[in-house]
Design a protein around this ligand. Structure first.
Ligand SMILES: Cc1ncc(C[n+]2csc(CCOP(=O)(O)OP(=O)(O)O)c2C)c(N)n1
Ligand SMILES: [Mg+2]
Length: 342
């Protein structure tokens, strides 16, 4: 058991994780690919190739560790900052970044094929999608769970509380995965909520767990346990992964206007990738050759992403009117006619 009194064990024993050495290395690989892709996407926005982009640097362990802990049949419902979870799910990042290139609504990837919902910007909205999908799966008798990613700020939304209560009452197999990255744009978590986030689970009657969100193995373990509880017993879990957003809220934000530089320095010293690299070396699971290979792979990964994004054309305009309504309402029919002349 990796949990005691709502706190996940940090630096869990490697034996207890049930991961082979290859799995341990894979976690590093995906964190490194994520960091590189995140930097590339930020650069692409600065160069005018993306309209906006919300960097996740600092949160790689929280995202990769949790997404990796799920089974392929489990569903993920992301917010707008989960590029790292998309990497784990094998989502094509060019298709993912269509959202940020403003050429399509949630990304053009196939959500069903990857069991990875579309980018969702209304804060907390994806929590309801995750609970609804879990409820549907339960009614179908399917053995799967869903995981909703959201931030510290989202815990102030009604959607969060409604989702938690509904899931508890109806035993929906959900994991509420909060990345407490200390900020909701310029609002610090101290001004967001008084009670520790993980303890809010008490109010709904299911387990809450706080985990060091910069410890990929601790996140992995806490999420695996929560997933098993959800699938096997219909018990939801609220996981608070304590982490840090090292970049701005988005490329449209200047974090230096509200955030002390010393805070960033403190968290840079806790960089989840550096920390995991040391752990792997200590355990004798990875060597310089492996890290060099990953570096090379990350370079190629970012280059493909860059070329793909730059080559992406806007989607055909008629798609704006497709798929939501079987029969277009009058006002949309008029708009379609105006744009397309048919
Ligand atoms: C319903 C809603 N209200 C306000 C916004 C504007 N907004 C976008 S992100 C954000 C902060 C969210 O903070 P948090 O939940 O901590 O997630 P983070 O951005 O830190 O990942 C706000 C207020 C929004 N997108 N949706
Ligand atoms: Mg936040």
């Amino acid at each position: 058991m990796g949990e005691e009194l709502g706190r996940a064990v940090s630096d869990p024993d490697l034996e207890s994780l049930g991961l082979k050495e290859e799995g341990l290395r894979d976690l590093f690989r995906m964190m490194a690919l994520t960091r590189r892709a995140d930097l590339e996407a930020t650069a692409l926005q600065r160069q005018g190739e993306l309209a906006v982009y919300p960097p996740l640097a600092g949160q790689e362990a929280a995202q990769v560790g949790s997404a990796y802990a799920l089974e392929e049949s489990d569903w993920i419902f992301p917010s707008y900052r989960e590029l790292g979870a998309a990497v784990v799910r094998g989502v094509d990042l060019v298709e993912y970044l269509h959202f940020y290139r403003a050429t399509w609504h949630g990304g053009t990837y196939d959500a069903t094929a990857h069991r990875f919902g579309y980018v969702s910007v209304p804060v907390g909205s994806q929590i309801l999608h995750a609970v609804g999908y879990a409820m549907g799966a339960k009614l179908d008798g399917a053995s799967l769970c869903t995981l909703a990613y959201f931030g510290d700020g989202a815990t102030s939304e009604g959607d969060f509380h409604e989702g938690c209560n509904f899931a508890a009452v109806f035993h929906a197999p959900v994991i509420f995965f909060c990345q407490n990255n200390q900020w909701a744009i310029s609002v610090p978590v101290s001004a967001q909520t008084v009670a520790p986030i993980w303890r809010k689970a008490d109010a709904y009657g299911f387990p809450g767990v706080q985990v060091d969100g910069n410890d990929v193995l601790a996140v992995y373990q806490a999420t695996r346990e929560a997933a098993a509880r959800a699938r096997d017993e219909g018990i939801p879990t609220l996981i608070e992964a304590v982490t840090y957003r090292m970049g701005p809220h988005s490329t449209a934000d200047d974090a230096s206007r509200y955030r002390p530089a010393s805070e960033l320095e403190t968290w840079k010293a806790r960089d989840p990738i550096d920390r995991y690299r040391e752990r792997l070396v200590r355990a004798g699971v990875a060597d310089d050759g492996f890290f060099a290979e990953v570096e090379q792979e990350a370079g190629a990964f970012a280059a493909r992403l860059r070329a793909g994004v730059i080559a992406s054309e806007p989607r055909p305009v008629e798609e704006m009117f497709a798929w939501v309504f079987a029969e277009l309402p009058e006002h949309l029919r008029r708009q379609r006619q105006e744009v397309l002349g048919d």
